[in-house]
Design a protein around this ligand. Structure first.
Ligand code: FO1
Length: 308
């Protein structure tokens, strides 16, 4: 049996970009994307799964490349009208995006699993690779500020990451069951490699690793595990990664992230800007900043070339 299956761990915008690059290089049946659900939350009575939606929109070609979240060609009548009656508008839901949240909420309340709904939406929008929630059980990232614990979206969007934090936790992770198909993929005789996409390790990857059994499944998968550095030249590509990493006591550098992942990785991919970084893993260098589709495909090819 030939080893041709790649499992990618993805959260955030960088994760979705590399997942898109990989989807252009690998046959659909040879790519499984384990999606972070730690960013999920309930808002306006709706169950919202940002990292699943960013992956879904990106792979469907519906993503809003300016914002990095939500849909392109969006209209905002719902938000504008909500504002006229004093509703909360800090978390912006476009009219088209809203349909996905309403339908997901309806189906969850009807007893369907998050993964079954995700699979069905992906099928409707012609997405080939599997987008697999890390668990169908609720896991909620929270951060500790001076004022106490904050839900992730309140911190990240509501307060624009202004609070200084000193701890992060993945509420519910210890009771969560890893999605069986994720464990099956990581134990598959077809498995060729595990790719940890370039994203904030704390908010996009560690919630996945916190689900019992997931870290062990990766540690014992017996094939290369490669992470792409989310830090280029000491700067985070997007979002509050640098501030958050510093406040959580992690050196804000490509080497700092490599050290954080430690022995879980066999390989680490750096940007040219960090070519000299000394890290414990076998390193390779590529352009890791992904702006165009060509960049995403090129990085995907560079990652796959490293693992042979
Ligand atoms: N991020 C923002 O900074 N502001 C928003 O108003 C916002 C709305 C939003 C709606 C749907 C969705 O799926 C994501 C949204 N995001 C927004 C991004 C979201 O907070 C992040 O994608 C992740 O949670 C962090 O990776």
């Amino acid at each position: 049996m030939s080893r041709d299956l790649v499992v990618a761990l993805s959260g955030g915008i960088g994760g979705a970009k590399l997942a898109l690059g990989l989807s252009h290089v690998l046959a659909p049946e040879n790519l499984v994307i384990i999606a972070n659900t730690g960013d999920d939350f309930e808002h306006l009575g709706l169950s919202i799964s940002p990292d699943i939606d960013t992956l879904t929109y990106t792979l469907a070609g519906l993503d809003n490349t300016t914002l990095g979240w939500g849909r392109r060609d969006e209209t905002w009548s719902f938000m504008e009208t909500l504002a006229t009656i004093g509703g909360p508008t800090w978390f912006r839901l476009g009219d088209r995006d809203l349909a996905l949240h309403v339908e997901r909420t309806r189906r969850l309340r009807a007893g369907e699993t998050l993964s079954a709904i995700t699979d069905d939406v992906a099928r409707h929008w012609g997405i080939g690779p599997r987008i697999l929630p890390m668990s169908n059980d609720p896991v909620r990232t929270r951060v500790r500020a001076e004022t106490g614990w904050l839900d992730f979206q309140d911190y990240f969007v509501g307060q624009q990451c202004r609070p200084v934090i000193d701890a992060i936790a993945f509420h519910g992770a210890e009771a969560a069951t890893p999605h069986p198909d994720a464990l099956a993929a990581l134990a598959s005789p077809r498995l060729k490699a595990v790719v940890i996409c370039p994203s904030n390790p704390f908010i996009s990857v560690e919630p996945i690793l916190a689900v019992p059994g997931m870290r062990d499944a990766i540690a014992h998968c017996g094939v290369p595990v490669i992470a792409v550095s989310p830090i280029i030249g000491g700067k985070a590509v997007k979002g509050p990664t640098a501030k958050m990493m510093a406040e959580l006591g992690l050196e804000v550098s490509a080497a700092g992230v490599a050290a954080r992942y430690g022995a879980l990785l066999t390989h680490y991919m750096l940007d040219h800007a960090d070519a000299g970084a000394v890290v414990p893993q076998r390193t390779s260098v590529a352009q890791t900043l992904m702006t165009t589709l060509e960049d995403k495909i090129a990085l995907a090819k560079a990652v796959l070339a490293v693992i042979g």
